[in-house]
Design a protein around this ligand. Structure first.
Ligand code: UDP
Ligand code: MG
Length: 317
């Protein structure tokens, strides 16, 4: 791309806010300083996710003094993933950076992400080299969860990453075309494909205020990750059922032979018959699961494929 065009490229920061009055002014200043130091144009899209404090009031002030700042205010708290989605829908940039307001994701990493993007990577995700100021419990459960999810998911969801990432316009459009309600953005980015690269950073503790990710919200997100990107919990039953049925069938045969020679009682036949029926019932649940998984797939209505590039096709805008 010629030099003069590079200058015209625009980066959108997408920043969700929920009761962030304590951190917003400082957070805005740091993001603005980083973005103004770059030879690119930028916008900051803030989404007030139904805050009860002065967040929106502060946001109105900031957007009056800087017209690169855009604000969206939700009618109530819809949650972090919905807030980020709204910001992605509204962002106009050639690349989007999804970043938390609380400065746990350092804005100073953005230039590095942009450098990787300019090398040609379409997703540049922040890889948490170290976490500071988070409890041992949170670190342990997070580490465990990411590993279980990776083992269960059919898509490459990178370990130890959050939503802090830069995504190219093409990736944003692909994710934006997925309108599923139970959203798990990092899984959706993995599903979308494209070339991905990590940038390491130390995750600091919150600059001010406190976490809004309650245990309940965290479990909800963890559940969306597993249920949205793996059908293993459903197919698990099919395997258990078939295994139980095979073992019981062998048991029943052995019991029947034993009964002929009067070496085992009839109770053994009754036992193995019940076990066999149970195995068949569990396998039946697995079969139901297989259909359910297809219905799930269809109602989500994800696009069938995502195109990276085309050649010799007239692009119709
Ligand atoms: N957030 C949001 N809606 C919510 C919860 C959080 O928009 O319901 C925002 C919050 O303002 C912050 C980001 O999402 O910018 C991450 O939240 P938080 O820092 O509370 O989570 P943690 O980093 O502790 O997991
Ligand atoms: Mg945080």
């Amino acid at each position: 791309m010629p030099k003069e065009e590079t200058g015209a490229r625009c980066i959108s920061l997408v920043v969700p806010l929920y009761n962030e009055e304590d951190v917003l002014p400082q957070s805005y200043e740091r993001m603005r300083a980083v973005m103004e130091g770059l030879p690119l144009s930028y916008e900051i899209v803030y989404i007030d996710d139904g805050s009860h404090d002065r967040t929106w009031h502060l946001l109105e002030g900031i957007s009056r003094e800087n017209d690169r700042v855009k604000g969206i205010r939700f009618s109530r708290n819809f949650g972090h993933q919905a807030a980020v989605t709204a910001g992605m829908d509204a962002a106009k940039g050639d690349a989007l950076v999804i970043i938390d307001a609380d400065l746990q994701d350092p804005p100073e990493l953005i230039p590095k992400m942009i450098a990787k993007w300019e090398e040609g990577y379409e997703v540049v995700y922040g890889l948490r080299a170290k976490r500071q100021g988070e409890s041992a419990f949170k670190r342990l459960t997070a580490a465990l969860y990411y590993r279980v999810l990776r083992a269960m998911s059919a898509y490459e969801i990178p370990l130890d990453t959050g939503d802090f990432r830069l995504i190219d316009r093409k990736v944003a459009d692909a994710i934006g075309s997925m309108r599923e309600h139970n959203r798990f953005l990092r899984g959706m980015a993995a599903w979308a494909g494209f070339s991905q690269a990590p940038v390491e950073y130390v995750r600091h503790s919150r600059a001010a205020g406190q976490t809004h990710y309650s245990m309940k919200k965290m479990l909800e997100l963890a559940k969306n990750g597993v249920l949205g990107f793996s059908d293993k919990p459903l197919t698990f039953f099919a395997y258990v059922g078939v295994f139980a049925a095979i073992v019981s069938a062998i048991g029943l045969l052995a019991a029947a032979i034993g009964a002929c020679f009067r070496s085992v009682g009839l109770w053994a036949i009754a036992f193995w018959t019940l076990a066999l029926l149970l195995g068949v019932a569990i396998a039946g649940i697995g079969v139901l699961g297989a259909y359910l998984s297809r219905i799930h797939d269809e109602v989500r209505a994800r696009p069938l494929y995502v195109i990276r590039e085309q050649s010799n096709f007239d692009r119709v805008e």
